[in-house]
Ligand binder design. Structure first.
Ligand code: PKZ
Ligand code: UBL
Length: 272
């Protein structure tokens, strides 16, 4: 009886393997589907641990979430090469800005996430079942992207509390996922936040995923991601009039770094 089940299991695995070899679409759907399942199941298992250890919604839960998510890369054959982690060692709060390519970014995020750091996320994430629960418990700040007024109010509140709570805030300034190998124009929320709280901006850049991940081409293989944490940009003394310049400065540094890390040297200079 047991041998029968084993043989059936082996046959199903072999069939899936053959299908994945033969069809890139099947390979993509199975791999990305597995990522979703992993996120949903691990969130469901991690949430009670967070509740038991820390009692509710707190940034301290990010340590637990990070430990779990850091193991995901082994399932997908992803390797991270990280440089510049010492640039996170600023005294007190800071705004961290990074490029946002895919839902896979959660793995890269957790690879470098400093202690005491929460992310700004779209409010729709809150309703994503167990993933919503874990992002809530981890202290993610939810914003309504469809209402600039409401998003600005949330961000202004964060500017007031981040110094008192001594937290770093991670914002994806492109405001949405973008897997083109380039950057979208930056939204200004992160930079207003940095100026209002008078805290430094720390840019983090991930090399382009396009060589191993492209949903339009059903491409999802193993790959290496280079990550660079860049030196902090001070905002002391800056006012709201300086936000546009600060945004452009960060955009240019990050775009140049993105192209360098992705092997497109020489591109990205002197563009705005
Ligand atoms: C165990 C297993 C676990 C598995 C799983 C775990 C996962 C555990 C980690 C989860 C991690 C989640 C990560 C999610 C990742 C996202 O969900 S990314 C999407 C959400 N994030 C964002 O959108 C952030 C970036 N967006 C912004 O900052 C935008 O500026 C805002 C605040 C949303 C506003 O949007 P907007 O109106 O479209 O933007 P924008 O053109 O910048 O602003 C309009 C005007 O308002 C002004 N303005 C903007 N903000 C302000 C401000 N704060 N004050 C004053 N003026 C302002 C601008 O200057 C502009 O005026 P002008 O300069 O043109 O005159
Ligand atoms: C009862 C409802 C059940 C709903 C189940 C939904 C399950 C969703 C499950 C797994 C998703 C795992 C993803 C981990 C977190 C990803 C965060 C993320 O990358 O969000 C995208 C957001 O930055 C930008 O969104 P858009 O590109 O503007 O769109």
């Amino acid at each position: 009886m047991e041998l029968g089940w084993l043989l059936w299991g082996a046959a199903v695995l072999l069939l899936l393997h053959l299908l994945m070899e033969l069809s890139p679409a099947v390979n993509f759907v199975l791999r990305i589907g597995f990522y979703y399942v992993l996120c949903i199941v691990c969130s469901g298992l991690t949430a009670p641990v967070c509740l038991l250890v820390n009692g509710g919604r707190t940034v301290k839960n990010m340590r637990i979430i990070k430990t779990v998510v850091k193991s995901f890369k082994y399932f997908f054959g992803l390797r991270f090469e990280v440089k510049g982690l010492e640039n996170f060692d600023v005294e007190g709060p800071a705004i961290i800005v990074s490029n946002h390519q895919s839902i896979l970014d959660m793995m890269g995020l957790m690879e470098v996430l400093p202690d005491g750091c929460v992310q700004v996320g779209k409010k729709e994430l809150m309703y994503a079942g167990t993933v919503g629960l874990i992002t809530y418990l981890g202290g993610v700040i939810f914003i309504n992207r469809k209402s600039t007024t409401s998003a600005k109010m949330v961000m202004a509140e964060v500017a007031k509390t981040m110094t008192a709570d001594n937290v770093k805030v991670w914002v994806y300034p492109e405001g949405t996922r973008n897997c083109t190998g380039d950057l979208l124009p930056f939204k200004k929320g992160a930079f207003h936040l940095a100026v209002q709280a008078q805290v430094p901006v720390i840019p983090v850049v991930y090399s382009s995923f396009t060589t191993f991940y492209n949903p339009k081409k059903n491409l999802f293989t193993s790959g290496k991601i280079k990550v660079e944490v860049l030196p902090p940009i001070e905002t002391k003394g800056l006012t709201s009039d300086d936000v546009s310049d600060l945004t452009d400065r960060c955009y240019n540094i990050m775009r140049e770094t993105l192209f360098r890390l992705s092997g497109r040297s020489g591109e990205g200079k002197d563009s705005s």
